[in-house]
Design a protein around this ligand. Structure first.
Ligand code: ZN
Length: 326
């Protein structure tokens, strides 16, 4: 749940916001934030002061908006908020970020894409309408914002490692408002891969448009994978795929892992060398965060990382396993 809090904004730095919707002049007037969505779920201080945003942050917001195909109608302000948050004041969409937190995340993760991914996450909250609803951050909304962040960073040509750097650095066990970072990294990967798949679909569609017998995109996506294929194939975007999560299937003695390039690898009793067994697919169903495709079938993974099975006799859903961070 959110806490009602007071914000005191200053006049300083309005000039730096040229190019954005003009900031309403609040002076020293205190305002109250009713709903907000944070990046990391940190508790906010009683009084929040906002001040001039760095030019760099303003430029990144412009770029993120451009790659989303939208007008950059967001206010961005530095503030003592501990991490970053999205909120609405009247009709203005505002992003507040803590300069110390952003610098820290960039330094710890070794890339400036960390702070960009955090800004993208907050824009994701605005674009998906989360800041319009009461109640602040919710786990499924956090995953939606994470997925958007991964998607937009891929569009901006960040590598997968750069897109998930901030989340991997944060290493959070999760809370009532924010899922554990393992699930959030999976959402970022899912978004990043969706954008890459789109790029690939466009290229493939161009290449194959003249071939009369080429399979449709749908056929290509659902065609069963070959379980004897040896390993996760490095791609230009992800040259050294690594394990990002463990995929636990109940009553199954084999061990499964999710790699950063979206493959499910299996280590079996007979073969200790990891073999490709399936892959991660995006889901169009709002109930599921993503899907696991294996030769045995397609299994949804919900927003908490639960792998869902279906009883073929009565159609009831049950808990088949779960995805947990390494
Ligand atoms: Zn968030």
């Amino acid at each position: 749940m959110f806490t009602r809090m007071k914000i005191a904004s200053t006049l300083v730095g309005i000039v730096a916001l040229v190019g954005f919707a003009p900031l309403k002049v609040h002076g020293q007037k205190k305002i109250e934030i009713e709903n907000y969505c944070t990046f990391g779920g940190a508790k906010l201080e009683e009084e929040v002061w906002t001040f001039t945003s760095d030019d760099e942050a303003v430029n990144w917001i412009k770029k993120i908006a451009k790659y989303s195909g939208l007008e950059p109608n967001f206010q961005i302000r530095a503030a003592n908020v501990g991490n970053a948050l999205a909120t609405i004041q009247g009709e203005e969409r505002i992003i507040l970020y803590d300069q110390g937190f952003m610098r820290d995340m960039d330094a710890k993760s070794g890339t400036d894409w960390a702070s960009v991914s955090i800004l993208a996450h907050e824009i994701g909250h605005h674009l998906q309408g989360h800041t319009l609803r009461h109640g602040g951050s919710r786990p499924n909304q956090e995953l939606e914002a994470d997925k958007f962040s991964g998607f937009i960073l891929a569009r901006m040509n960040a590598t997968l490692d750069q897109a998930k750097a901030a989340m991997q650095t944060m290493k959070s066990p999760g809370s009532s408002t924010h899922p554990p970072s393992g699930a959030r990294v999976a959402a970022i990967i899912n978004g990043w891969r969706s954008a890459e798949d789109l790029k690939e679909e466009i290229t493939t569609a161009k290449k194959e448009s003249d071939k009369p017998d080429s399979p449709t995109l749908q056929e290509r996506v659902t065609e069963p994978i070959n379980p004897t294929q040896p390993l996760a194939q490095p791609t230009a975007q992800d040259p050294t795929p690594n394990i990002v999560a463990q995929v636990v299937i109940y009553n199954d003695n084999n061990r499964y892992f999710l790699t950063s390039n979206g493959l499910i690898m299996a280590v079996t009793f007979f073969n200790q060398k990891p073999m490709m067994y399936g892959r991660q697919l995006p889901s169009n169903d709002a109930r599921w965060a993503w899907m696991i495709q294996t030769p045995r079938g397609l299994y949804p993974v919900d927003l908490q990382g639960i792998i869902v099975g279906m009883n073929t006799q009565n159609g009831q859903l049950f808990r088949l396993g779960h995805v947990s961070s390494m």
